[in-house]
Design a protein around this ligand. Structure first.
Ligand code: APR
Length: 346
């Protein structure tokens, strides 16, 4: 998945390059800086001494030494002074300069901490927004896998307003779908046990009888199809519907799979194999990237062999977003991350 938010210690990330939230001297410090120098060993400091420091908003690269990462990209974020001293511009530059260096050194995987959001005091939610905006912009034009590493799950207020709305919706829907009036009535004093049994038993009997009648009518109406006919009328598959919708929307393939947070190789597998069955997260990601209305989203999902279910919290999050017209996949993934649920894409 091109952009993923993960909870980890950045010094443990097995990627081509990790980014260090350094200071202008480049001679180590606390926080991420201290952790990276401790994990890399003394040779990192020796090499840093040869770099003559680093300006705020700029980035310099060294080897990774004892770290799992091959390189360390040192960048210096702005100190937060309230937002009126060009902090956002400088912080954006940190991500842009670091990504440019990673690309120049042929890195395929890079991990960022939330630069400036610790000692330098940049508000975490805004720091995350700057990181997501700059990295997403870079990934629209480049193939790379970028991780934003947060130290603890609640470290960052992710997904803001949407998070509150979605959690309320999950509570409603989850309860509604698991509400058992029979048991509820038995629990409440207003229904004496005997009446409760009688009422709900009769309702249940009528329901069952009605469903059986509908089934029989449908059964009688359907012509006796045979397997051959059915197989000869096979519908378009997931891949065909996806490509058709991309055309109908006037999108380039790359626009679609990048907006779906799906990497190019996986997209090409889907495109070149009409029978390919993607994961549910990938199918949902394309429904969001194509901004499909609910019915078409369900149709695309069905062609991959899935359905939205109220017993699945990821599905409820996506259902809410489609219903409210929120097709911001990164924001949806931030909410899924905060809820410890599987992100969309791959
Ligand atoms: N892995 C991932 N994230 C981490 C780690 C870690 N091992 N340690 C800290 N963090 C998180 C913090 O929780 C914070 O959200 O990284 C973010 C950046 O925090 P800082 O390391 O304090 O960096 P910054 O705010 O940019 O301040 C830089 O602090 O350590 C000194 O020498 C450094 O002077 C420089 C200043």
């Amino acid at each position: 998945m091109p952009l993923e938010i993960v909870r980890n210690d950045i010094t443990r990330m097995e990627v081509d390059a990790i980014v260090n939230a350094a200071n202008n001297a480049l001679l180590g410090g606390g926080g991420v800086d201290g952790a990276i120098h401790r994990a890399a060993g003394p040779k990192l400091l020796e090499e840093c001494r040869t770099l003559n420091g680093c300006e705020t908003g700029k980035a310099k690269i060294t080897k990774g030494y004892d770290l799992p990462a091959k390189y360390v990209i040192h960048t210096v974020g702005p100190v937060w002074h309230g937002g009126g001293e060009g902090e956002r511009t400088l912080l954006s530059s940190c991500y842009r300069e670091s990504l440019a260096l990673a690309k120049a050194y042929d890195c395929e995987t890079v991990a960022f901490p939330l630069i400036s959001s610790g000692v330098y005091g940049y508000p975490k939610a805004e720091a995350m927004q700057v990181a997501v905006d700059e990295i997403s912009r870079f990934l629209m034009e480049n193939d790379m896998t970028v991780y934003i590493v947060v130290f603890t799950r609640d470290a960052v207020e992710l997904g803001g307003k949407l998070f509150k709305e979605v959690t309320a919706y999950i509570d409603d829907v989850y309860v509604a779908d698991h509400y058992d009036p029979y048991r509820e009535a038995q629990r409440s004093e207003s229904f004496p046990a005997a009446a409760g049994n009688g009422l709900f038993r009769r309702a249940h009997r009528e329901d069952t009888a009605r469903n059986e009648t509908i089934f029989r009518q449908t059964e009688m109406a359907a012509p006796k199809a045979n397997l051959e006919d059915m197989l000869s009328q096979i519908d378009e598959g997931f891949s065909q519907m996806l490509l058709r919708k991309i055309d109908e929307k006037g999108m380039r393939d790359a626009d679609c799979y990048k907006r779906a947070n799906v990497d190019r190789r996986l997209f090409n597998k889907i495109k070149n194999n009409p029978a390919y069955r993607p994961s549910k997260q990938t199918a949902l990601a394309f429904a969001i990237a194509l901004e499909l209305p609910m019915l078409e989203a369900k149709e695309l999902l069905m062609k991959a062999g899935y359905a939205l279910s109220h017993s699945n919290r990821e599905d409820i999050v996506v259902e809410y977003c489609i219903m409210t017209g929120n097709y911001n996949l990164i924001e949806i993934n931030q909410v899924l991350f905060r809820l410890d649920l599987q992100p969309l894409g791959y």
